[in-house]
Design a protein around this ligand. Structure first.
Ligand code: FES
Length: 73
């Protein structure tokens, strides 16, 4: 399980000058859900209907709203 607080729900597309010609169009994951980090694998699509101000936990393909984030000592 991984808990990350993000504002972004989609990828960052790199400028043409940043792209390695071997890989072509590359997007960097900003949602924290990609299995191909640091690259976007399309997993961000599950965040498209998130509501403003609501916190979510994504785990094993499921999404749950969470009340609070607890910090472990
Ligand atoms: S931005 Fe994270 S998977 Fe696309």
């Amino acid at each position: 399980m991984r808990e990350v607080t993000h504002e972004a729900t989609g990828p960052v597309r790199l400028d043409e000058s940043d792209v390695d010609p071997e890989y072509g169009d590359v997007a960097v994951c900003m949602c924290g859900l990609s299995d191909e980090r640091p690259f976007c694998d399309g997993s961000h699509r599950v965040t498209e209907d998130e509501e403003e101000g609501v916190r979510y936990r994504y785990e094993d393909g499921d999404r749950k709203e969470i009340e609070e984030i607890r910090v472990r000592d």
